[in-house]
Every structure is written in C-alpha cells, then in structure tokens.
Design a protein around this ligand. Structure first.
Ligand code: SF4
Length: 1502
C-alpha cells in the first residue's frame, strides 16, 4: 500500500492544489515518499521542498495566505518533532484552505496528538481510501476553508492498490466544482481550542446519520452549494466524492452484523479482515477522526452491543485510555437512550492481515470475555514498517500510571532537551527529600547557576581573546543564541569539538568543565499531588519568587465527585490563582483526558516563557488502579462544570499583541473570573498612572492587596536581579504609618547598599510557612493600644507564638520597636512602652533565630523622637550584614505623599470611576481614598468585625461615609425628607448631625455610593468640599432668635462657601454624570483640560475651616477654625462687619509636642464688603506658605506660628495682599459655646425650638423614633406650608426654625407625641456634652467616643448632682483620637482617646470656647477619670463664684493652669507631674489629689 497510497495522494494533491509543501527529511536529502509522484508536467501546483526542521507549517500558512483561491497542500511523513512543531501554528492554520497529508508508519500517536486542534482529521487504512480521502480533503478544504489533516498507512497490507483511480480530467473537473461551491468558512470552528467537552470534540453531532449519500457511480461531479454549516458541508463533500469515485465514501463503516453483541471500534487498518475472521463480531472502521460525529458514530454501533472494545494504533500511548475510547464513550453518553456496554475496554491495534486476522479476532474475544478486562491488550501483530508476520500475542501492553501521561508527553515534546529534575515516581533515590520541591528547586537553581557560570566564562573568553578565531566565532554565536534551543544545541556541539584542541586557560578550563550546560534545556520540576495542599509550602513559591526559567508540572488528582469531602481548611490552595496573582509567571491549567492538544500547547508555551511556569495537570482518580473510564468521567465532570477550567495565562503574550489569558474550556470558575476582573481593573489603574501603581494597588481590599503583594514582590525580585548583596526581608507592623514609613526608608537604604531587600507588612507575609526559609529578617513595629502589636502585625505575633522553639534556627534577625515612654506614665504601666518590639525580640530568640543586632527602641520622648534610637540601631544592622563600609551618596527617593497624589489626580479625578466599577472589592484605591475626600466621602471599614474577617481571609467590611455641604446648616423640610430617603435607601438608616452643622451618612457600600450622591443632589445639595484640602462647610451661629443679625450672617456663610468653593468638574462628571466644559477636552496623555482658579492643581496643604459666631453665643466655636468671624453689629443693630480670627485648629498627634490645639488669634476687623476678599486672601496665604512637606504641620495654625512667626506678621502679610490695613478688632463678649434648647421667639414673632438628640445621631430606636418623628414633621411642615426650616447646630442638635406662632402648638404636640421633647428633661451635663463618631466606622479611632458618651456623661452628671449642680452646663467633649473632631481640646472636661478604654483627660477649657484646655491626666480609664473629677467637682461646688463656669474655676484656683496660647499647651500640664504650684492650692481645695497619679515628666519643647 505504501507506494500506491503515497502516489495516489501526491497525484490528487498535484492536480488539486495551488502549491504544495513537500516535507523532506533533511535539506541534504530532498526525497520524500511523495517526491517521485510530484513531477507531472500538466500540474498547476508549484512544489516547495522544505526540510522538516524548517517549519513547514509556517511555509504552508504563508502559501495559503498568498493563494487567492484554491487549496494548498503539505505532504510529509509522520515524525514527532514535525507534528509537535505544528502546534504553535495551529491557530493560524486551522482556518486556511489547506490539506495536510501525513504518511504514517504504524503508530498514530503523533497525529492523534493534534486531534483537539480544530483540524478536520481523516484516516485511511487502504490505498483506495487514501485516494478517496485525498479527494474528500480537497473538497472539504475548498468548501469550508478549513484545514484538513489526512493520514494514511504506509505499512504494507492486504489492500495496496488503488481501485478505480479518478482520471486527471475528472479530478480537474472535481476541483473546479469544489472551488466554485466554496463559500465563507463554516461558522462552527472555533480554532484550535474549539473544544467543549472532554473529548475535544466541538460538538458537531451529526444530525443526518452518517452524512453520506449513496452514490450511483455517476462520473459527473455535483457541486452542491455550501451551507456554511460544517455538518452539512461534510455531508455534501462525502456525497460529492462518492459520486466522483463511484463507491460509498463515509465517515464510519460497519462490517458484520448490526445485531452483534460484541463490537470492536477500530481506528486503523484491518477492520474488514477482523470482521471476516469472526462473524459474531461487528467491527466499525473509523475514517473520520475529527470532528467526532457522535450521532453518526452511534448510528453504526449496534444497539445490541454488550461488550465493546476500541482499538487504535498508538504504541506510545500517553494515556491509559486512547482518544478513540474517549470518543466512543462520549458518543454513548451523549444519548440518554444508550448505555455504556457492560464490558467497555480499549486496546492497541497491531498489524492485521488476512493471515493473522483469525488470531486477532480470538484475542478480541478473549479480551471482551475476560473477568478482568483492562485497557492494555494488543490486537494483531506488533507493528513494524515491513509487515513481517509475527505470532499473535495477548500479552498486555503495560499501561502507564495515570500521571505518566504527562511525563511521556514531556519526553515526546522535548526529547533530549528535557531535564526533569525530580519526579514523584522516580524511585532511584529512596530518600523522600529527593522528591521534595525544595530539593528539586535547589537542583534547578544549581543547574542554572552552572549555566550562568558558563556564560560568564564564555563572555570572558570572547572578551579577553586567546582562542582560535573559529572558536571565538562559535562562542560569540552561542552567546547570542544560547536561549534558542535548536541553535544552542547545534552550537554547543560545535564548540565542544573545538574546545578539545583549545589551549588551557582559566576561561577555557571553566568552559570545558561546564560545557554540558551549553544546551538550553527545558527544565521541569514535577510536583506530586501533595504539593498542591499549600502553595506556600514546598517549591512553588520558591520557583515563582526566583523569576528564573523553571517549569513546574503539578498534579491534582482529587476527583471532582470527592471535592467536598475534604475539610475546607485542608483544601488545596489554588496554585494557578496563586501563581497568576504572584505575577510574572506562565500558568496553565490542563487535563490530558479533556484536551490533549491544550496540554501540548501548555508545555511548549511554558518552555518558551522566559520565567517561571506552572502547568497544572488534572488526573482525577480515587485509586491508582482506577478504571480509565472513571478518570475520564471525573475529568469531564470537572471540566464541564468549571471546577477545573482549562486555561493558559501567558504574561509575555501582551507584548506580542495577543491575549494574555486564553480560556480553553467553556466554563470558568468564579474565583478565576474574579481574578481576571481584578486583573483587568488593576492593569487599568496601573496603566493610568504607572508611577503610582504601588499605591494604587496596595490599597485595595484583601484580595487586591494579595495582588499588590505579588506585584511588589515581583518588582522587587526584578530589582534584586541587579543586586548582589545578601537578602533581607523587612517586615513592619504599623497603625499610624510611622513604622511603615521608617521601614520603607530602611528598605531604600538597604538597597542603596546593594542588599536584596524586600518590604512587606508583617501579616502579608506567610510567617508560619516561610519565615524559616529567610536568611535575614528585620522586624519593625510600632506600639498600639495597651502594648499590643499594630493591626497588621497581630497575626504574625500569633503565628510566632504558635511555632515550636528552635523552628527558626538559621534565621538571623533584629527588631526595631517604636513607642512612647510617656504614653503610659504610671510606673506599673511602664512595661507597655515598646512592648511589641520587645516581645518580638524575645520570641524570635526563643524560636532559635540568631539576633544579629540588639533590639533597637525608638522613643517619641527622645530629643529627636524615634530617630534618636534608630540612628544607633541602623548601623548595627549594616555591620551585621557586612555592608557597613559602603558609603551611600545617592539621595533617598522621595516618598509619595498627598501632594503627589493631588497633582497626579487630574483635578481630583484619579481612578475613582474605575474604582467604583470594580466589583471585586468593596474598597477603592488608596490614592482615590485621598481624592474622594474632596468629593465629600471617606472610605471606612467596620472595625468591630475586622479581626474576624481577617481571620476568615476576608477583606475588611468597607463602606463609605458621605458628608453633605450645607452652609450654615440650614435646609428645608423637603430637602430633609430627601436626605432622609438617602439614609433609608443607601446608608445605615441613620444620619449623624456633625459638629460642622451638616449631616453625615455612614455605612454606604461602594455599590450605593453614586446613587447616594445623586440622592443628595436631588435635595439640591452636594458634598463638594465637605472634606479634603479645601475650604469646608462654612458654619454659622444657628439660632436666629438671638440676634437680628442672623439673616445677614447666614447669607454670609453661604456666600463665603460659594466664593471659596473648588470648581471640581470632576465631581459633576463622576457622581452626577454631567458633562462639563472640560469633559471632552482631552490633552496629550489623556489628561482633561481643567483648572481651579483659586486652588490650582495642588489645592491647599490641609483642610481649611471657617465659622461665624454671633455674640454672645460662640456656639460655632469660632476660635477652633482657621478663620473665625465674630459678627459685630453697628449702632443701627445691623451687621457692620466681623472681627477676624485666624489660626484656630484642634488636631494634635499624641506624643508629638510640635502639634497642639490652638485657639484663633483675633487680628482685626473687616467690614461686610471686605469680608469675602479677606477670607480668600487668608486662605491663599495658607495655600502659598503652608507646609506641604509635613501634613502634621500643615494647618494654618502652624503656618502662622512657624512660617510667619506669629499673628502680627501674618496680619502684615494679609494687609499687604489686601492692599489696606485691617481695622482694630471691635469689642464683643461671648458667654457660652453651648446650644440654647427649647423655644425662642425672634424679632419677627416666629418661634424656634432647639431639640436635643444624643450625639447628633438621627435614628429610630424602640420608644424613641426621632428620625421618623422628624420626617413626619417635615412632611407636615411641607404639606401645610409652614415656611419653616431645619437648622443644625454646631453641637450636633437640631432647631425647628421659623415656626409661625399659629403652628407652635401643633409642633409642641408633635414633639411630645414622638418623644422629641427630651430637651425639657435634660440636665446641664447632657445638654452640653458631645462626642465624635469614632468606633466602629472611623478608621482613626483609638478609643470609643459616641458609644461611650451617654454612660460617661451620666456618671459626670451624678458628680455634679451630688452638689446640686445638675443644671450647670459643663462642656464635656469626647473624641476617639487626637484629631478632636468634637473639639474636645476646647472642652471644660475633655477626653481624647489614646487606646481602647483609655483617654487623655483635659480640664480648663473656657466655657465660651476662647481658651483650650490642658492635659490633667494621661492615659486614664473612665473609672479613673471619674475618681479624678470627684474632688475637682467638689471643690468647684464649694468655692466657685456666682455664675463662674467650671473651666474658668479650675484655672482660676490653680487646679490646672490656663492655656494662654497653642504653643504653650503642654506647659504646666499636670501630665508633666505634680508641680510645685499644685501643692500650694487655695484653702479649701486641698482634697485634690497630690501626686496620687504618678506622672513622669515629658519634654515640653515645641
Ligand atoms: S476625633 Fe478621631 S476618632 Fe473621632 S471622628 Fe475624628 S478622627 Fe475619628
């Protein structure tokens, strides 16, 4: 048959093709089995001889592209390396009108490797079939424009002559008709990966039986129009060829009885002979291999089949079951009416002729009747190229173990290049360590290092010369081509020969000793199933982290049906996701029983990828001897369900303009989908502003932080390629950011010394699993709460505690702790100082780690703060690492700060839009978190659930706070109802009236953020500049009853707010979907043309606040703001102007004595006409001279004190800018900074009622439905057109204002009915107490505030009530942290959170808000505060003067010294210890504690 088949095929090709690629064994031997038949003069085809190693597939594609019409053919003999090299070209090849004829020599394994490629595959067993199929292939290729692979036998058999070969004339006519019927390609093909099911078929179940029309031998050619449907086209092609050759040509042929119970399905020659030898056996000859026409196949398998064997020629089978078995199983499973035969096995098809057919049939019969029917039987003789008769054998072919399929594939693909470092099944070295991932990784790294050494030696030899020109040339070529597998192998062979005659030199000797590494090997580490249990364990992480070209093949054998039987905590980590998240790695998820070609693709791509590759291999089985059908079923289930998605992730594809991710199965697991979504988003973010990509990504939720972690690692690893120094892992734990900042600096300084430093938050590093593998580790931690580690170091601390002693031997470490020796002033609390640092240091020592530099301690109280200790400690580290002699001259890189973010934000746009669209996390990027403040929203998270969620691997419960801009705090009932609707629909069904007279929503999740913003806009309000480094909500005394000035003053608050409002086109675009004049004006680089006339792109250095107060009430606390305007009335009782106060501000950083609360300085008087401009110029001075390098020193108060050296100079600068001198301040008198509750009548006769609500929280609780009551009230006021308004007070209460006299009673009744009249029943302390939000939503809270105020105020109230002072108003203010949002620094009693349950106690603030308080006791609990207050209140009760406020009394009598100016805030504070003056208290107040609280001294320098 051999010659006849090849000749027939060549003849058809010659007369039907535009071009022919004739693949020759080698350039020097241009003969192929087809060559002799390719010489016909009458042929149109141009014949191109291409040696097999010269990428004939590429040539075929090129010719195909060049041919405007017609078919292009390729003729070749089967060869593994040839067909393997087809794989990369398949995507381009599949949709070309080409025919590939492969002459096989008895083993089909190589051809069948391409069965899932999307090619249409025909098989011929006889010369006549080869002739017919050659015609069929042309017809199919021409009509469908799809590539057809036709393979046929070259082994001599019974049928080696072609019957009724077509004439040349008929052939030409046939080709012409085929071309004329060609249409566009069938829509069905989906490329090389067009596999939907386990068998790689693409689902073209024939709906028309076998698709073959019985011809009648007519010699004319039918040319049916192509339907564009592959099934129909195939059917038509079969019809056409059957007509042409005058015999039935069909995809499957049944020999024998259609009632048989024993069936053999045969892919290969000998079907007919087998059938003839056993009349009880039905034999099905498979001729169409792909597409797998299930219906068509089923139509020829007798329904009576009880026992079935599939036989195919695949001696080098890579799977225990062959593809034919898979096809038959799939076909049977596709029809519910058919069941799998009781006996269903597979075997190998040997050589069958009429002489051995009888024995072969017996073997089949035996195999089918065997109790232990398996998959290894060989039917027929062993295949040889020449048909030498051999005795039939029943000896089983040893089937490979399931996983060995992959090893065999590796062998076939890479041949001599293959270097498998280890194998779980390799038992040559019995020691378990020999199969461990660490061992394998070490081996690979060793080999790579040797290759690196070879490269260095070759470079040196080339550079220094001293070698023969020939060797020099070869060595140079090798350097260029060393990564090309083919070229490097060829060159290494050459220079090996030349080396033997080269004279000795150190380089040459090195090269000689290392020459075995010259080949570019394909290095594979084969990982057992056990590796998948924890990606952090074993070598996976090491391989990924190495960044080297190392490939891993990792098995997963967990059957799909058992996936839930594994304890969730023990489930395998998804190595694929891990590797993709890690970044810089090629990843493929494969299943050989699902898609063989995909595995081939994956292996080739992994090898080619310049970096680590991970190929996951799914071979599910319960026991090693599991039936192959079980493996197949499990694979099918897993792939079809999406449990085991088939995909390939090739990061290098992007640079080639190709898709990085290719999904090879139809379903994708949810986690994978999420990863891809995140990846897309992340890429967008990073691409949008590459210079900020670190910050962008680092701020995402847990999942994205994982991604960031890997990004950071990747970046560092790349950087480390250039660093030769020792590795150093720096782990930090930091709440406030100081320790993190210090760690970043340390890392930068380490790198400057050539140290390969990596920087991570402690809890982001898998301490339990991987710390032991680190060589040098630095722990850098601050101190939180009661001496605990900061949030992002607590898991690490737990992990260290859980480790066994000695488990960190081999790790060198040093610890630097940061703390404040004064934070816990009492001797018994002294051990809290720097406790985490000390704890880590001791614990690491206990675990066997070697301390290389003594524990360093940074103390906020040192002259230079923590730097004092740090400067001593850092040199010890460099010394320990042997880099202390290195002098670093480069300046340290400037860290990214808010100023960079602002300027890079494109006028506050940033990537907010993209962040909102990212569904994979509840968070937005860190930079965007800074930007959204300008838009009036802060990202927060639920601190109550943080630890639980962290332990569960979840990101924090992120949500957003939204703050409205409501100048003067006035809104109509209609507006209030709309604001209430927003809380109901998008928030937590409460609203918080803030100390800046506006409302805040909490717990708005990201998905609702935009809707909430639009809801607020519906109320004709916005949130612009409610937060951020701009002028914020302008406050105004709320009670119009107190003065006729109020109307004017309120108008001023609105005017100032509008005058200083940032333009913020971004706000309208992002939240309101409104076009702006800048929206469509793109500049180069994608930036929008925009501008901020007042602020410029940097905005202000910090927030800026303005408040107006109308004496005698300083309810707005006007001295707490950057600008305080004190309304001054003229003689006509009308507004004359304002006294101008500048430089007020509350925020402080604990332990930083350069920060302090400051009451504003009154620097002059401005008329109404001058006010707007004066406010603007004050703000612009701050814009221009404020400290932008240090946000903790950026408020106007520091600008005045530090830059302008006092209010006087500041005033001069303001006058210079205004162009006139400010008038001297007018006299005024404030009496209080509290609210006045209940009813008040104004000059117009309208009534105003100030309502009390605890902490400004508008909410409903059983029995106290304030929110509903207010809503109903608004509804009524609106419906009945009262003309009333709501006014929010700066003390977080609400005024129902402008109530006409005739509605007063109705309102009173409403308030009573809804229990909103609590102000009538309150005592003085409650009326004047307020608190900030703090826990659980405020991310900065150190202690409870809002949630503790009620209980605390009740206790304080009792102290006063004991002395019958319950009606005395004492401003009692609590803040959860030193930012002092409730203005606690001005409280007569102030509490500022320091740690959970612990506060700084302040006393001595003025009752009119003009004087800040002073520290009375540091770090005291609520109980201790009550105890401390007890004698003070007693003293007050006994010795106060008539009407004397509490704050004034304690300073008058010397219980605490008065704070005369911000900079002197810490002076004479009792937290400095009990001073001399304190012991000389006035008579009658000697019950006060003297030295009862032991308070160590602090440095007071500012
Ligand atoms: S004072 Fe601190 S804890 Fe309270 S709301 Fe302001 S930032 Fe948060």
């Amino acid at each position: 048959m051999a010659a006849a088949a090849a000749a027939a095929v060549a003849k058809v090709a010659l007369h039907s093709s535009r071009s022919i690629v004739n693949v020759t064994p080698a350039a020097s031997s241009p003969a192929s089995p087809f060559s002799a038949s390719l010489t016909a003069k009458s042929a149109d085809a141009s014949v191109h001889d291409v040696a097999f190693h010269n990428e004939p597939a590429a040539e075929l594609i090129n010719l195909s592209k060049a041919a405007a019409s017609g078919v292009v053919s390729l003729l070749a003999s089967a060869d593994t390396s040839l067909l393997t090299r087809f794989v990369p070209h398949l995507p381009a090849l599949v949709n070309t009108a080409s025919v590939i004829h492969i002459a096989t020599s008895g083993d089909h394994a190589d051809v069948l490797a391409l069965r899932s490629s999307g090619l249409i595959i025909l098989h011929s067993s006889t010369a006549t079939e080869a002739h017919d199929h050659a015609l069929l292939a042309v017809r199919i290729a021409a009509t469908t424009k799809r590539a057809v692979l036709h393979y046929f036998e070259t082994v001599d058999g019974d049928n080696d002559a072609v019957q009724d070969e077509v004439t040349e004339a008929d052939l030409k006519s046939f080709v012409a008709s085929s071309s004329s019927s060609a249409t566009s390609p069938s829509t069905a093909p989906n490329g090389v990966n067009g596999v939907n099911g386990v068998n790689g078929s693409n689902g073209y179940a024939a709906s028309n039986g076998n698709g073959v029309a019985n011809g009648n031998g007519a010699s004319h050619v039918k040319a049916p129009a192509s339907t564009g449907d592959l099934d129909a086209d195939l059917s038509a092609a079969y019809d056409a060829v059957s007509d042409l050759v005058g015999r039935e040509v069909k995809p499957f042929a049944l020999y024998g009885s259609s009632q048989a119970s024993d069936v053999a399905v045969v892919l290969g020659p000998g079907a007919e002979a087998l059938s003839k030898a056993d009349s009880s056996l039905a034999v099905i000859d498979v001729r169409l291999v792909r597409p797998s026409l299930a219906t068509s196949l089923l139509s020829v398998i007798p329904t009576s089949a009880k026992r079935l064997i599939t036989l195919e020629r695949s001696a080098r089978r890579t799977t225990r079951i062959g593809p034919l078995f898979v096809d038959v199983a799939t076909a049977l499973q596709s029809d519910d009416s058919r069941s799998i035969p009781a006996t269903f096995v597979s075997g190998s098809l040997g050589h069958i002729t009429s002489s051995n057919a009888s024995d072969a049939a017996k073997t089949v019969s035996n195999a089918l009747s065997s109790q232990k029917a398996g998959h290894g039987v060989l039917i027929g003789d062993t295949v040889k190229k020449t048909a030498a008769p051999a005795p039939a054998t029943t000896a089983p072919v040893t089937p490979p173990k399931h996983e060995e399929a992959y090893s065999i594939m590796l062998d076939q693909v890479f041949k001599e290049r293959l270097a498998v470092i280890n194998s779980p099944h390799d038992e040559t070295d019995p020691h378990p360590a020999a199969r461990s991932p660490e061992y394998a990784f070490g081996q690979v790294m060793g080999q790579l290092e040797q290759r690196d050494a070879l490269e260095r030696a070759v470079k040196s030899a080339v550079r220094t010369g001293g070698v023969s020109p020939e060797l020099h040339d070869i060595l140079s070529q090798w350097l260029v081509s060393k990564d090309d597998s083919t070229k490097s192998a060829a060159l290494s062979a050459k220079f090996s020969t030349l080396l033997s005659s080269a004279s000795s030199s150190p380089d040459i000797d090195s090269i000689k000793s290392l020459v075995s590494h010259a080949d570019n090997k394909s290095r594979w580490i084969v990982g057992s199933d056990a590796w998948a249990y924890d990606a952090g364990m074993g070598g996976v992480h090491h391989v990924l982290a190495s960044g080297r070209n190392v490939n891993m093949l990792i098995f997963d054998t967990l059957p799909y049906s058992k996936r839930d039987s594994i304890d969730a905590s023990k489930r395998k980590k998804d190595i694929g996701l891990y590797a993709m998240s890690y970044g810089g790695a090629y990843v493929a998820s494969t299943a050989v029983y699902a898609d063989y070609t995909q595995v081939l693709h994956a292996l080739l791509e992994a090898d080619k990828f310049d970096g680590p590759s991970v190929v996951l291999a799914y071979v599910p089985y319960r026991t090693v001897d599991a039936a192959a059908i079980e493996v197949l079923k499990e694979t099918k289930l897993a792939v079809d369900s999406g449990y085991w998605p088939l995909y390939r992730w090739d990061p290098s594809a992007e640079s080639k303009g190709k898709e990085v991710f290719r999904l090879d199965s139809t379903r994708v697991r949810e986690q994978l989908r999420e990863f891809l979504d995140r990846q897309n988003h992340l890429s967008f973010l990073a691409n949008a502003r590459p210079e900020l990509s670190y910050d962008l990504a680092s701020s995402q939720g847990t999942a994205l932080r994982e991604r960031q972690k890997s990004k950071a690692k990747e970046a560092y690893e790349k950087m480390l390629d250039n660093l030769d120094g020792p590795p150093l892992l720096i782990l930090f734990a930091s709440d406030g950011g100081n320790a993190e900042k210090q760690a970043k600096k340390l890392s930068a300084r380490a790198k400057a010394r050539g140290i390969a430093a990596r920087l991570l938050a402690m809890d982001d590093f898998p301490v339990a699993e991987e710390l032991k593998d680190e060589e040098n580790v630095i722990f850098l931690t601050s101190t939180a709460g009661q001496g605990e580690a900061p949030q992002n170091g607590r898991l690490t601390w737990k992990a260290l505690q859980a480790m066994e002693s000695g488990s960190l031997s081999g790790v060198k470490y040093s610890v630097f702790g940061m703390g404040d020796s004064h934070y816990w002033p009492r001797p018994e609390d002294a051990h809290y100082y720097n406790k985490p640092g000390k704890d880590f240091d001791l614990r690491l020592e206990k675990l066997g780690a070697e301390r290389v530099a003594d524990l360093g301690l940074g103390d906020d109280q040192d002259p230079d703060g923590p730097q004092t200790g740090y400067k001593v400690w850092e040199p010890l580290v460099w010394k320990a690492m042997g880099v202390d002699a290195i002098e670093v001259k480069e300046a340290e890189p400037e860290p990214i700060n808010n100023e960079h973010m602002k300027i890079a934000s494109n006028y506050l746009r940033g990537t907010i839009v993209e962040g909102l669209a990212d569904k994979s996390t509840g968070a937005i990027a860190e930079t965007d978190q800074q930007l959204t403040k300008f838009h009036g929203t802060y990202m927060q998270y639920d601190r109550d659930t943080l630890d639980e969620r962290k332990a569960a691997g979840l990101e924090p419960a992120y949500s957003f706070m939204i703050r409205c801009r409501i100048p003067g705090g006035v809104c109509t009932p209609k507006q209030w109802m709309q604001l209430d609707d927003v809380a109901e629909q998008y928030g937590n069904k409460t609203m918080k009236i803030t100390t800046r007279q506006t409302i805040q929503y909490h717990c708005v999740v990201k998905g609702n953020l935009k809707s909430a913003m639009q809801g607020i806009n519906k109320a004709c309000l916005d949130t612009i500049a409610a937060c951020g480094d701009v002028n914020r909500n302008v406050m105004c005394s709320p009670n119009p009853a107190i003065s006729q000035l109020h109307d004017d003053v309120y108008e001023f608050s609105k005017s100032i707010s509008e005058y200083l409002l940032p333009r913020m086109n971004a706000y309208h675009e992002i939240w309101l979907d409104k076009g702006t004049d800048s929206k469509n004006q793109l500049l180069a680089g994608g930036a929008l043309k925009d501008y901020e006339p007042l602020y410029g792109p940097y905005y202000l250095p910090r927030k800026f606040k303005i408040a107006i107060a109308v004496p005698p009430r300083n309810d707005t606390d006007c001295f707490a703001h950057d600008i305080g305007l004190i309304a001054i009335a003229g003689k006509d009782k009308k507004l004359k102007g304002f006294n101008l106060s500048v430089g007020g501000g509350m925020g402080v950083t604990h332990s930083m004595k350069v920060t302090y609360p400051r009451a504003g300085s009154v620097i002059g008087f401005v008329t109404c006409e001058q006010t707007l401009e004066a406010c603007k110029q004050v703000m612009l001075i701050q814009r221009d001279t404020g400290n932008r390098a240090n946000r903790k020193q950026a408020r106007l108060k520091y600008t005045i004190d530090n830059y302008w050296k006092g209010p006087e100079n500041f005033r001069k600068e303001l006058e210079r800018r205004l162009g006139y001198q400010l008038a001297e301040p007018e006299s005024y008198k404030f009496t209080t900074n509290t609210d006045e509750y209940g009813w008040k009548k104004d000059h117009r006769g309208n009534w105003h009622c100030t309502l009390w609500l605890e902490n400004g929280r508008v909410k409903d609780v059983p029995g106290e439905e304030f929110r509903k009551g207010l809503y109903e009230l608004c509804r009524r006021m609106d419906a009945e057109e009262w003309g009333s308004k709501l006014r929010m007070t700066p003390n977080q209460h609400i005024i129902v204002a402008d109530v006409p006299a005739d509605r007063k009673q109705a309102l009173e009744e409403h308030l009573r009915a809804w229990n909103m009249d609590q102000y009538e029943r309150l005592t003085g302390v409650f009326k004047s107490a307020s608190a900030c939000v703090a826990f659980p939503t405020c991310g900065l809270a150190m202690a409870e505030s809002e949630r503790m105020l009620g209980g605390f105020a009740g206790r304080v109230e009792k102290l006063f009530a004991r002395w019958n002072l319950q009606e005395t108003e004492v401003t009692t203010r609590v803040s959860g942290c030193a930012n002092g949002c409730s203005r606690s620094w001005l409280g007569e009693i102030g509490l500022v959170g320091k740690a959970p349950g612990t506060y700084l106690l302040l006393l001595g603030g003025a009752h009119d808000g003009s004087r800040p308080s002073k520290p009375y006791a540091e770090s005291v609990t609520e109980d201790e505060i009550i105890k401390l207050l007890e004698p003070v209140v007693e003293s007050y009760a006994k010795h106060k003067e008539e009407g004397e406020p509490f704050g004034d009394y304690v300073t008058r009598v010397g219980i605490i010294r008065a704070t005369t100016e911000g900079k002197r805030f810490y002076e004479d504070s009792l937290s400095n210890g009990v001073p001399e003056w304190r012991n000389a208290l006035p008579v009658g107040v000697d019950t006060l504690p003297k030295g009862k609280i032991s308070l160590p001294a602090v440095a007071t320098s500012a």
